[in-house]
Design a protein around this ligand. Structure first.
Ligand code: ADP
Length: 373
């Protein structure tokens, strides 16, 4: 028997919900004491009634030091107060609640980040106490921060030699333009440099997005003209597919031309890349039924995406585990960047797809002026 049981026996060994047997109490402590995740339980007054050894280890407090105290003293000011407001509302309705990231303070004053799930338990007279199971994400956050710093520095450092290579390539191209074979080599080197530039740009964008530094250069934008221009450019890069454009709308939005272009290029590139056995890609522009949004869709007839992957493909570095796709290169960043750009424009991006039949990616953007019928 864990000695924590002894520590609580005099006052609080029984479950607070009902009279429990001594055996049940022992089982309760065997379970909570062994849990690798920190657990904190309050009594109906909202004061701490129990903390497990994992919680003591994480915070540096002993249970004796915190029992009967209000857990508020643990909260850091970094946690938005609305989280606790939402929490109390849901707990009082008897609902579980899993928080976004919250920040608490250890005994030595340092802060740690957790996701917490709160389970409300109603006692007689409708008094509520709750069980809080915490998941420490401090290390994960720190690793992510290190990774983001690395991506930022690496992409920045890679950009300089690639720009230099590109510049010398242009000079060589001019000098060797009369020789057919050299021209062939140069075209291939250029296409690989472009590919590399694209990958580095993706890394740079991710790093800017994640540090909140992606700035938009907003101005009035004729979406139809932009799409037509991108279709012409993209068609030049593929011989295997015909990209056709259809439109029911002539619309103006407020947006960053380069960034919206980047989204359309990315969707078109993906449509070609993931439909190697098909030959057609259709891009369509219309307005939403509310006439307040422009909707752009990019349809392909390729491999499609299984249902379970569809919500995940807009996440950073996410690539489906498909065998067929294993051979297609990529970082899993294009859709993440596109979704962040569209979000910054107060728009939405989504996908409809059937495995083996193809995918249609949509994004919508607020119109400058709502269309009247
Ligand atoms: P990348 O193409 O570099 O892997 P993206 O972020 O553009 O990165 O796409 C993420 C994942 O979504 C891809 O790895 C692929 O699994 C899936 N995907 C994206 N577009 C399509 C498409 N048109 N058809 C099928 N799968 C797609």
């Amino acid at each position: 028997m864990h000695n924590k049981l002894g520590a609580h026996t005099t006052k609080k060994v029984a479950s607070p919900t009902r009279e429990s047997s001594y055996d049940e109490s022992i089982q309760f402590y065997q379970f909570t004491d062994a849990s690798p995740d920190p657990i904190l339980i309050t009594n109906t007054k909202g004061n701490i009634w129990y903390v497990n050894p994992a919680w003591e280890k994480l915070t540096g407090y002993t249970s004796k030091e915190v029992i009967d105290k209000n857990p508020r003293f643990l909260h850091s000011l970094k946690t938005p107060s609305r989280i606790y407001k939402d929490l109390w509302k849901l707990l009082s309705e008897g609902k579980n609640f899993t928080t976004d990231e919250i920040c608490d303070r250890k005994k030595d004053g340092t802060e740690y980040q957790i996701h917490s799930t709160f389970f409300p338990i109603r006692k007689d007279n409708n008094n509520i106490f709750y069980v809080q199971i915490q998941h420490d994400i401090t290390k994960k956050n720190e690793l992510e921060r290190q990774r983001d710093t690395f991506i930022g520095i690496a992409s920045h450092e890679l950009k300089t030699p690639i720009s230099t290579l590109s510049a010398y390539m242009q000079i060589l191209e001019k000098r060797l333009q009369d020789d057919k074979q050299n021209k062939y080599f140069i075209t291939h080197i250029k296409s690989q440099i472009n590919r590399l530039t694209g990958l580095i740009d993706d890394l740079l964008h991710v790093s800017r997005i994640d540090s909140g530094k992606l700035e938009l250069n907003l101005k009035k934008l004729d979406l139809e003209s932009l799409i037509k221009k991108v279709v012409v450019d993209s068609q030049l890069t593929t011989e295997s597919h015909t990209i056709s454009y259809k439109s029911d709308a002539h619309v103006t939005i407020i947006g960053d031309e380069l960034r919206i272009e980047q989204v359309i290029v990315n969707l078109l590139n993906n449509a070609v890349k993931y439909s190697q056995n098909a030959h057609e890609v259709i891009i369509h522009l219309c307005t939403d039924t509310d006439k307040a949004h422009a909707v752009v869709s990019v349809k392909d007839f390729g491999m499609g995406i299984v249902k379970k992957d569809q919500p995940n493909i807009f996440q950073r570095f996410y690539r489906t585990k498909d065998k067929e796709e294993g051979r297609i290169s990529g970082f899993g960043l294009g859709l993440y960047i596109s979704s962040q750009i569209i979000k910054k424009h107060r728009g939405k991006i989504w996908v409809e797809s059937t495995r083996g039949k193809g995918s249609t990616f949509f994004f919508s953007l607020p119109l400058l002026v709502k269309k009247n019928e």
